[in-house]
Design a protein around this ligand. Structure first.
Ligand code: AVJ
Length: 320
């Protein structure tokens, strides 16, 4: 589950390696082979993701930041003094500043992220920039939300889940997450949700297969991480990065495709890959307004606003 970063022990790191090992073994044994995108975000993967957000082809971060600058002052008027901002998958917390600047009377900020290094660096930077804000970082997987720390206080809770990270989840898992967030944040909460919108395939494809190969390095890093942390023996050169638009499921899929047949070892286990076989590493679902509204309502929220950026278009929804 999610715990305060300050309470993290070496045992937590071991637990995480164990969970990665179990998931990798199950994913390599499955057909088709797959691995959860949450394993992308070790220290190196979090850095590579930050590099992706600055690529010319990767429009979502820039478009969402511009949109957030437009809507945050309007939406922050509803926060009330003493409110608590809770961000799921906070990473480098760069967009957070736009919300913090629009809401100077927030009492606390609770960033939740799976990468301890990204969380520590982001928290240290924010403490310098916002010395009067209580910052309570929590390490963990946003799909297993627990309770907020009592230090957060009793103010109105504002959930913040930008970046279309919800697109990584299946429709059922996305609904479960929004439902769990409503439980955690309480019936009085607000929730700001960022989603990427369906658009021309070429634009989507370029965003997930950039010319400099940063997304390819990000995808391959999960194999490098398995070699580093679990002693696996993936030959990185033997895998190609693939990004494909699945029109029926309305999602970009990332895969690592074996360029030759091979055997990979993890612990004492051996896994065969045929030439051309892929490990499916990520889904990034794309949305339209009706889908977001239906998802929010199924999870017990009401969609109060849906604001769209300039092209390439992304959206921010305000739920209550
Ligand atoms: C952080 C999950 C929103 O799906 O666009 C970026 C991750 N993957 N490039 C996304 C990602 C490939 C990103 N999310």
């Amino acid at each position: 589950g999610v715990r305060l970063a300050s309470d993290r022990t070496d045992g937590a790191v071991e637990d995480e390696h164990e969970a990665f090992r179990r998931d990798l073994i199950a994913g390599l044994a499955a057909r088709p082979k797959s691995l959860s995108p949450k394993w992308f975000y070790d220290a190196r993967g979090s850095q590579l993701f930050e590099a992706i957000t600055r690529l010319p082809e990767y429009y979502p971060t820039r478009q969402e930041a511009a949109l957030l600058r437009r809507v945050a002052p309007l939406w922050a008027a509803r926060f009330r003094p003493g409110a608590v901002l809770v961000e799921l998958g906070s990473g480098a917390s760069e967009k957070t500043r736009i919300v913090l600047d629009a809401a100077p009377d927030l009492a606390a900020y609770v960033p939740i992220d799976i990468s301890p290094s990204a969380l520590e660096e982001a928290s240290a930077r924010l403490r310098r920039a916002y010395p009067h804000l209580k910052i309570l970082p929590m390490v963990g997987d946003f799909e297993h939300l627990g309770d907020l720390p009592p230090e957060a206080g009793q103010g109105r809770r504002i959930g913040f889940f930008p970046g279309s990270t919800i697109g990584n989840l299946s429709p059922a898992a996305a609904q479960a997450l929004l439902g769990a967030a409503r439980e955690m944040l309480g019936p009085d909460a607000l929730f700001i949700l960022g989603v990427d919108l369906i658009k021309e395939e070429a634009t989507l494809h370029a965003a997930y297969d950039d010319a400099q190969g940063v997304t390819a390095a990000f995808n391959r890093n999960v194999l490098e991480r398995a070699n580093r942390e679990l002693g696996a023996d993936f030959d990185l050169e033997a895998f190609a990065h693939r990004a494909v638009w699945n029109a029926a499921e309305r999602r970009i899929e990332m895969h690592l495709q074996a360029l030759r047949s091979m055997t990979v070892r993890v612990d004492k286990l051996a896994f065969r890959l045929a030439q051309g076989e892929t490990i499916h590493t990520e889904n990034s679902r794309k949305f339209d307004e009706a889908t977001v509204r239906a998802l929010a309502e199924a999870a017990g929220w009401r969609m109060e606003a849906f604001e769209v950026s300039d092209a390439p278009r992304v959206a921010l929804a305000l739920l209550a």
